[in-house]
Design a protein around this ligand. Sequence first.
Ligand code: ATP
Ligand code: MG
Length: 567
Amino acid sequence: MRISKLFGKTQREIPAEADTLSHQLLIKAGMISQVAAGIYSYLPLAWRVLKKIENIIRDEMDKAGGQELMMPVLQPLELWQETGRDLAFGKGLFTLSDRKERKLALGPTHEEVITELVRYNVQSYRDLPLLLYQIQTKFRDEPRPRAGLMRVREFTMKDLYSFDTDEDGLTQSYARMLQAYRNIYDRCGLPTLLVEADSGAIGGKDSHEFMVIAENGEDEIIYCLSCQYAANADKAESIISKIEGEEPLPLEEVDTPGMATIEQVANFLKVPQSKTLKAVFYVADGELVFVVIRGDLEVNEVKLKNVLQCYELRLATETEVIEAGIVAGSASPVGISGIKVIADNSITSGANFIAGANKPDTHFKNANYPRDFKADIMADIARACGGDGCPKCNGKLSSSHGIEVGHVFKLGTFISERLGAFFIDASGNSHPIVMGSYGIGLGRLLAAAIEQNHDDKGIIWPLPIVPYHIYLCPLYMENPQVATTAENLYAEFEAQGLEVLFDDRKESPGVKFNDADLLGIPIRVTISPRTLETNSVEIKWRSEKESQLVPLEEITARLKELIRAAS
Ligand code: ATP
Ligand code: MG
């Protein structure tokens, strides 16, 4: 490809909202262009990378025994209502009406459609197991599209679904997919960590995510260096410090003038925050709920949502709290009624807590559960933190940020039961088909590959997913010998099937080198009057500083060998 003809120019200016590195580099390299929030066009260079990623994924899915098919993006909303997942996806589901006023959804995932398909095509245990997949556009009305291709509203996903006769079969399919995923990330130059995950709106029990550790990753990962435990912070459990051996003392009121936050109250009364109880108010599907947790901990909203089994959860506004007759800043469940109280297990890890007295500027000393208050639900709803104890061993937990580049779920039978996808076993009995679901977002994988492979000059593509292998870089194109040699080499490289980007522009060496580095093409081949003095060209790897001269007559063979060896 000639750069003079390439659609998509490198940019010097980047939009202010591009605050993540991969987003900035994708814009600078002229690879993507925003159409609306979370909606992008992929220009030719990005499209080539996406196609390579797609081929790697397809190859690994096929090797694992997957069969590729294609399902529609448009799905009847009724199907989603049958499984109840229209409510679970909530506003994330893009919906529309057709001319006959029938409701449709744009597929954010395809469990419903594929289960219907399998229902009609599978009758007997002999038809199972099955691994079916597609690589297709998904739509999700994300509340906060961000970070370029990381979180968008329209994206390509590989989604595979497994169908087995029993749990053992599912376990095997799951293991097979985990291995295929590892192969994919290896080939894309991405070290990943497998972590336990919450299954969110997809549903099901066991679920894992593949995480790329990255400073500006959106997810928080909690892991133990002493054992194998690793989980998304949405799901992670931990052992918190326990304050033991204290006898419960009588409940007592204390004045706390102007003290409203946990920090203020703890400082004022000279106690650690772990000696206080924190009240947090949420609205769960329209109902105000009272959450109480030890003062040094934070509420994990994903755990809380799962415990409440609600579809929508948000923090209550100040007005909502006041309207419910609650004294914000001095609230506690002591003496409160008419509101659902959800307590974190941590309130039993300690005694004689400071808690709000439900009147202004006043707190209680020595509040104890269950002596002084009750909870409607007691559960683990705390956010695990680095420094907490590991729930699996005696180790200490650490935390890092990560990018979720893949997510796999053991769905079990809840979707097949609701949609009536059953099979007949060898004895003639009917059972629901046991399902799994496995997704990878291609654009996010591309962005994560850039986050992992770059320097201050630009992208350094892992070889298997580069847009082109070679950057043919003639300097001083006005020199006829340089121009002719470059044209001849370009023709020869193309004829030999090498993937080459030819910088045929009459730009300065500085501009050309900068663009070569920015685009991250692995091998730069430079031709200049100086290299031609010895009938040679200079080759340099993007990731290395040193270059070397190679005689003109050897260059094609040498490049082929280098690419073959590095692939
Ligand atoms: P997240 O937790 O990041 O919202 P999810 O768990 O809802 O993602 P899945 O349904 O598990 O996503 O989707 C499978 C894969 O699709 C994810 O691992 C990710 O690679 C990709 N993906 C999901 N949502 C988006 C998005 N909005 N933009 C880009 N890629 C996405
Ligand atoms: Mg996920």
